[in-house]
Design a protein around this ligand. Structure first.
Ligand code: NI
Ligand code: MN
Length: 226
């Protein structure tokens, strides 16, 4: 699996040539100004919840790529009204077998409203199982005991967790989350984009290391293979 970071909570995971793009927030993000969304052409778009900092570029990228949008029922319905036709609605606890692998939509403790005030359903995260490996994209979430369910079903190769604090869990709780999900390879997200969520990178990495886990903080545009 090839993981590429586009800033904030936006990641692309490539599995056997199929590209999955999560939580698009590129054009409004000053830190990602060198990324040109015209060059991003995923096969699938996955959206964890309705907040602006997760859906900002979804419509444009969906149109230019013709990708299939996977999200909760409410978010999918909102984009369908905008004319996005290739969609797959899910809800919590549900699994679906796609050509690239199995997707499960799971709990996140957060909120979810779309940019125009439309109800965005309950926020979620995704567990993906594929031939190349398994991973967890947590979305925006607090630490939750529900995370302990994940390793009962899936052995994770890596997990993308929010670490910025204030709007989501911070580093200390993300370390606990890595224990809950039985995964020691963590990729950080949802940090540094706004003043409320700036973090000390070295301190964050040390805290994970102290707990026998590895925190990867990718540079925007950087790719790592798992
Ligand atoms: Ni959010
Ligand atoms: Mn957010």
């Amino acid at each position: 699996m090839k993981l590429t970071y586009f800033g904030h909570a936006c990641f692309q995971v490539e599995i056997e040539g199929t590209k999955l793009l999560f939580d698009h927030f590129i054009t409004p993000n000053d830190l990602a100004k060198d990324i040109d969304i015209k060059e991003i052409n995923p096969d699938y778009i996955l959206v964890s919840h309705g907040h602006e900092d997760h859906v900002a570029d979804v419509e444009n990228i969906a149109r230019q790529s013709g990708a299939t949008l996977i999200s909760n029922f409410e978010i999918v319905s909102w984009f369908e009204k905008k004319g996005i036709e290739k969609t797959h609605p899910m809800n919590h606890g549900g699994n679906w077998q796609f050509p690239f692998g199995k997707v499960k939509y799971i709990t996140a403790i957060h909120s979810s409203v779309l940019p125009d005030g439309t109800y965005g359903g309950n926020p979620g995260g995704f567990v993906i199982e594929s031939k190349e490996g398994n991973f967890y994209f947590a979305g925006d979430t607090a630490l939750t005991m529900d995370m302990k369910l994940i390793p009962m079903f899936t052995e994770l190769d890596f997990a993308i967790l929010p670490i910025g604090d204030n709007f989501t869990m911070g580093i200390e709780e993300a370390v606990m989350a890595s224990n809950f999900i039985a995964c020691d390879k963590i990729v950080g997200m949802h940090y540094d984009t706004f003043g409320f969520i700036e973090i000390d990178h070295e301190r964050a990495k040390e805290q994970f290391k102290y707990n026998d886990a590895e925190l990867t903080l990718l540079k925007i545009g950087e790719t790592k293979t798992f």
